[in-house]
Unconditional design. Structure first.
Length: 528
């Protein structure tokens, strides 16, 4: 779906050629070959330039509450001229999305099954009304765009199934071919369990495989008779005939409006990307990462690790069907939801090793980008490794207060969040990570005070405490009288800005007074 920048998969199945099914099929041709979809329908001039491309099928967005782009070039005249110039069309309708979809900006289906069914029928009615607006004939295939959603929410699955069932039934009642477009791992998986399937499946799985069969989430026994579209590559720019368009690439072997002779396959793309199907992970690679055509697969581990997330990255040479074990350039694996979790690697999915901080970077969406030149298992696991011990711990007295400072600690799974200042091993204060300074007024009056600092990471792990700073009470000068006259206390206060000089204080102060005043101003000092 172009609102998300990712196109979901559509499910289309041709019905037997009898009764109303025959009428629907009469308007739906079968196209086998390469197609693309773009957020806005390209101009006829752009499509003429793209006659140099291998693409001859085009996805168009009719409408829907979650449609991201306006009609643009799309109108009845454009449809007529595009079909006449040899293009086949795949109409899409971007309506309400699953209640558990992660994007909070999208309008969603009701969690009530009866309401969800009514909404599915209403979406079909709206889509049919739009076909008249754009000059699409009866019997046209219409694909509902249902974006990927949680693969572990049983309630959400039932809602989607209820909605799609009503969508299909209502389109059939009006003489149209019913398709659904969604993620292989969620939408298509759930729709495949229905007793009455839609007419075809548009399967979104960015694994680079230019075929409609062989997807691990969809049985090859379903939608087997020219009933599939496979979106094998997500949003990217291509230039043909001097015109550049941002597209998703598809291999089509299913119902379309039109139908033409397939063109030869495009050359292997030098760069690309593949999603995990659950909206949690995406791997992308640059030019030169692979030297031969490959199939790249990103498969979430099921069940996931306890309190974590894992995905397997596999790369296979499509010519020889052999695994690719090393890459010519680093690929980037982006995983979301990394806060408080440690990026880790495994060769077998059982024994995990935390990744060094040089192997990944934190991203602004709370995820991580992992750089790798080998396939394997990558995970975000509960962080059990403490931050590094704070270094550079120092202290000095300023006007009777102890001022502490230290250098920043590091952590294997992100940033340190705070520091604990310890007095004799017990927490005295908590300091935000950015400060790394503290002012202490608390001291043991008759014994030494031992101060340390320890780092705390996002998972609550505590570092080894820093080296100690020891403060001891200063010894009371022996020359000072055991009982001081009242004027001494009042004079000390006056000298420090509190009150006036007491009348009883002698003009020439005794030597013991200055010894006592100095001791009172600094009753504690750093141990040497």
């Amino acid at each position: 779906m172009r609102r998300l920048g990712v196109l979901a998969a559509v499910l289309i199945v041709l019905l037997p050629a009898s009764g109303s099914a025959a009428n629907r099929a009469a308007r739906a041709g079968v196209f086998t070959g390469y197609g693309f979809d773009a957020c806005t329908a390209p101009s006829t001039a752009s499509l003429n330039a793209w006659s140099a491309s291998p693409y001859r099928s085009l996805g168009i967005y009719l409408g829907g509450v979650n449609r991201a782009c306006a009609d643009g070039n799309l109108n009845a005249s454009w449809v007529s001229s595009t079909l006449a110039s040899g293009w086949s069309l795949l109409p899409l309708y971007v309506g309400l999305q699953a209640p558990c979809v992660s994007d909070t900006k999208l309008a969603k289906i009701s969690s009530n099954l009866t309401t969800a069914s009514n909404q599915g029928g209403a979406a079909a009615d709206d889509a049919v009304s739009l076909t008249a607006k754009f000059g699409l004939p009866g019997g046209t295939p219409i694909y509902f765009d249902m974006e990927g959603y949680s693969t572990t929410n049983a309630t959400c699955t039932k809602v989607v199934q209820s909605f799609v069932t009503a969508w299909v039934d209502e389109l059939h009642a009006q003489g149209f071919v019913a398709g659904v477009y969604g993620s292989a791992a969620s939408t298509i998986r759930d729709i495949a369990a229905l007793s009455s399937l839609p007419d075809a499946a548009w399967i979104a799985d960015w694994n680079g495989v230019e075929s409609v069969f062989g997807d691990p989430h969809v049985s090859d026994s379903l939608w087997a008779n020219h009933q599939r579209v496979h979106q094998y590559k997500g949003g990217h720019k291509e230039t043909w005939g001097g015109v550049t368009i941002n597209i998703d690439s598809n291999y089509v072997d299913g119902p379309v409006l039109g139908g033409v002779v397939p063109a030869p396959p495009p050359p292997p793309p030098p760069a690309g990307s593949v999603g995990s199907g659950d909206n949690r992970a995406l791997v992308s690679w640059p030019d030169g990462a692979f030297t031969t055509p490959v199939a790249v697969t990103l498969t979430p581990e099921a069940p996931p690790p306890a309190n974590g997330y894992a995905v397997q990255l596999t790369v296979t040479d499509t010519d020889t069907s052999t695994p690719v074990t090393t890459f010519g350039a680093a690929v980037t694996l982006h995983i979301t939801g990394a806060t408080g979790l440690a990026p880790s690697f495994s060769t077998d999915g059982l024994t995990w090793t935390p990744l060094p901080k040089t192997a990944y970077t934190a991203t602004s969406d709370g995820g991580v980008d992992i750089q790798t030149t080998v396939p394997g298992y990558f995970a975000l696991l509960p962080d059990t490794i403490p931050p590094s011990q704070p270094d550079g711990f120092a202290g000095r007295f300023v006007q009777g207060s102890l001022r502490l400072s230290w250098l920043a600690s590091t952590d294997n799974a992100g940033a340190v969040v705070s520091y604990n200042v310890l007095l004799d091993g017990a927490p005295l204060a908590t300091v935000p990570a950015a400060n790394r300074r503290a002012i202490v007024h608390t001291f043991q009056p008759n014994a030494q005070s031992v101060y340390r600092v320890q780092a705390v990471d996002a998972a609550g792990n505590l570092s080894t405490p820093s080296r100690a700073i020891v403060v001891v009470p200063a010894k009371r000068p022996t020359a000072v009288p055991r009982v001081l006259p009242r004027w001494a206390w009042d004079l000390y206060d006056a000298q420090h800005g509190h009150g006036t000089r007491p009348a009883r204080a002698p003009k020439k102060l005794p030597a013991w007074y200055w010894l006592w005043a100095a001791w009172r101003s600094a009753p504690f000092h750093l141990a040497r």
